[in-house]
Design a protein around this ligand. Structure first.
Ligand code: BV8
Length: 226
């Protein structure tokens, strides 16, 4: 394997670490209305509900361990230093815990807090409250540092640049239901990259991939990496 590789990951890569996905049978969006907990409007309506939602996920994530799929990607990066970019939609830190270094959290991260007033970021406490004071401007305007629906994902310029130079685009554990991430395969393909989907089952974008392999990530990812 050679050349530049862009790897997109979603909740499915962390499923076998015990973290919930969103759209599977018992997924998060079957328990919560995403409009209440993953939009700025929902946060404005009921900040405590949103803080409870993210505090619970942060507690879950703190107990989770990286699995064989995260570890295989960390090995790949060690073998191809400088050639791998992981773009994750996940807000957990399991890629970093497995040893991956070049990780871009396009939907933000549970371990980061953001000030709605001055946009300062700081490491999130285990339990975050919306009236926590910003360490920089002292405003009581704290929010989770995650990208909600209707907000612009982080790093879109870096991602666009990486897709334009990619020789290989691999999508792991995502339903392909959320944009702009769901469009990365078409962008990579347009630039001539080979495209592979590794997922438990065909995603909404499966037909757009040159190659698809189905099964649990702890099997398909190490098989692909080795
Ligand atoms: C934006 C917050 C403008 C963090 C999340 C109409 C058409 C098209 C688009 C839109 C539209 N109306 C609105 C939009 C835009 C909207 C959107 O896409 N809506 C969808 C619902 C239609 N998108 C946005 O608003 C985005 N912003 O567009 O801004 C813009 C864009 C670019 C440039 C300038 C301006 C913002 C989207 C981010 C929203 N935030 N979450 C958090 O709480 O975590 S989204 C949420 O879904 C998560 O972030 C998650 O990462 C994301 C994707 O979910 P998946 O990771 O794919 O998880 P899912 O459960 O869906 O699937 C799991 C998969 O794993 C399944 O396929 C399953 O089979 C598989 N699996 C399960 N177990 C395993 C497995 N695979 C392998 N092994 C296993 N063991």
């Amino acid at each position: 394997m050679n050349g530049r590789i862009v790897i997109l990951t979603g909740a499915g890569i962390s499923a076998e670490s015990g973290l919930g996905t969103f759209r599977d049978v018992d997924g998060l969006w079957t328990k919560y209305d995403l409009n209440d907990v993953a939009t700025p409007e929902g946060f404005a309506r009921n900040p405590n509900l949103v803080m409870d939602f993210y505090n619970a996920r942060r507690a879950n994530a703190a107990e989770a361990e990286p699995n064989a799929a995260h570890e295989a990607l960390a090995r790949l990066e060690a073998d191809y230093t400088g050639e791998i970019l992981i773009v994750t939609q996940n807000v957990d830190s399991l890629h970093e815990a497995a040893g991956s270094k070049n990780v871009l959290h396009m939907h933000g991260a549970l371990n980061s807090a953001l000030c709605n007033a001055c946009h300062h970021r700081w490491p999130a406490p285990a339990l975050m409250a919306s009236d926590d004071l910003c360490p920089r401007c002292n405003a009581a305007a704290t929010r989770p540092d995650v990208v909600w629906f209707g907000e612009i994902p982080y790093g879109m310029d870096v991602i666009g640049e990486a897709l334009s130079k990619a020789d290989l685009f691999v999508s792991i554990g995502t339903s392909g239901e959320v944009y702009p991430a769901a469009n990365f395969v078409a962008e990579a393909d347009r630039y001539g990259a080979h495209t592979i989907e590794l997922n438990l089952e065909p995603s909404a974008r499966a037909s757009r991939f040159a190659e698809t392999r189905f099964g649990p990530a702890t099997q398909t990812v190490p098989e692909w990496v080795n």
